[in-house]
Design a protein around this ligand. Structure first.
Ligand code: C2E
Ligand code: MG
Ligand code: MG
Ligand code: MG
Length: 292
């Protein structure tokens, strides 16, 4: 595990020796094993994509969807992306996994746009998460752009979700990559809004289409006055900037009603549906009585 040890030693500063206790060692061993399993799993088709509907609270219509990666490990069962995405990032696999999820989402979005799977599927835009690391190294967004062009997939069918930290660093490279995606019609969402540095100046500089209010604010919105105040402020600001809002992690009717009353019309959460496999998503759309 020399490579990994070296990496951590470097990360902790120059000319420093780092000694690992047995706990750290077994974590490194575990992570290395996971990178290995993940690479193998990706090749073996163990990674799949689920789709969570995003609902217009007032009409109940499904207007968008978020693509979320899933890993079915043959021994450990389903492993959460909050566990394996960070491992993919440090283990150098995030480009492969990210590209796989994007292509899969693009395929599904195209099929929904043709209503191929069901006569009443509607055509919700599908947004795909993109880690900061995916903007650096390799060829940036070029593979995504090329994939859309090669397969004649309209960018309007897709979106990209990024986090605040990425914009804060003020990299012209990031701005250029987002511009390339937007030029094709791909929407840009700012994910987990409110949990990062929330330096609001970048909202003006970067063209952001959607703000996703983080689940941590939505959770206690009914009981907690402070959370309600923060959400109200976010809504007021987004409105003035012409940015649409999506509330994450909506689990109760009370939360949805409160958000809608405050002016946040789109919601995503277990109240409506958890992330679903492609087929189940279509069944959910049909059951909701939507039509094209
Ligand atoms: P995220 O992008 O903020 O995605 C929303 C997360 O909230 C998802 O967790 C979703 O299942 C969960 N969620 C939705 N509604 C509710 C609710 O009502 N209650 C609760 N408690 N949770 C809800 P998930 O699928 O486990 O994904 C976790 C994170 O992993 C994502 O957070 C995203 O940051 C990352 N991720 C997932 N797929 C990908 C991917 O393909 N690429 C990258 N780079 N990151 C991904
Ligand atoms: Mg997201
Ligand atoms: Mg989120
Ligand atoms: Mg979140």
């Amino acid at each position: 595990y020399a490579d990994q040890a070296m990496y951590f030693a470097k990360a902790s500063g120059r000319n420093q020796f780092v000694f690992f206790g047995s706990q750290a060692r077994s974590k490194i061993r575990g992570d290395n094993q996971m990178v290995h399993d993940l690479r193998h799993g990706l090749n073996q088709g163990q990674i799949s994509v689920h789709y969570q509907p995003i609902i217009d609270v007032k009409t109940g219509r499904i207007v968008k969807a978020e693509a979320l990666a899933r890993w079915s490990h043959p021994v450990q069962g389903v492993i959460s992306p909050s566990e394996f995405i960070p491992i993919a990032e440090t283990g150098g696999l995030i480009h492969e996994i990210g590209d796989f999820v994007f292509k899969e989402a693009a395929r599904v979005a195209l099929s929904w746009s043709k209503c191929a799977g069901a006569p009443a599927c509607g055509h919700p835009r599908i947004s795909v998460n993109r880690s900061p690391r995916q903007f650096f190294g390799r060829d940036g967004v070029a593979p995504w752009v090329q994939h859309l062009i090669d397969n004649a997939i309209p960018g309007e069918l897709l979106g990209v979700e990024i986090t605040e930290g990425l914009l804060l660093e003020n990299q012209p490279e990031v701005l250029a990559q987002l511009k390339q995606l937007r030029a094709l019609g791909v929407a840009v969402s700012l994910d987990d809004f409110g949990t990062g540095y929330s330096a609001l100046s970048y909202l003006k500089k970067f063209d952001i289409d959607y703000l996703k209010i983080d689940r941590s604010f939505v959770r206690d919105i009914v009981e907690d006055e402070h959370d309600r105040a923060i959400v109200e402020a976010i809504i007021a600001m987004a409105k003035r900037l012409g940015i649409e809002l999506i509330a994450e992690g909506v689990e109760t009717r009370e939360q949805a009603d409160l958000l809608a009353a405050g002016g946040c019309n789109l919601a995503q959460g277990f109240l409506y549906a958890e992330p679903l496999p492609e087929k189940d998503f279509l069944d959910f759309v049909l059951a909701s009585g939507a039509s094209c």
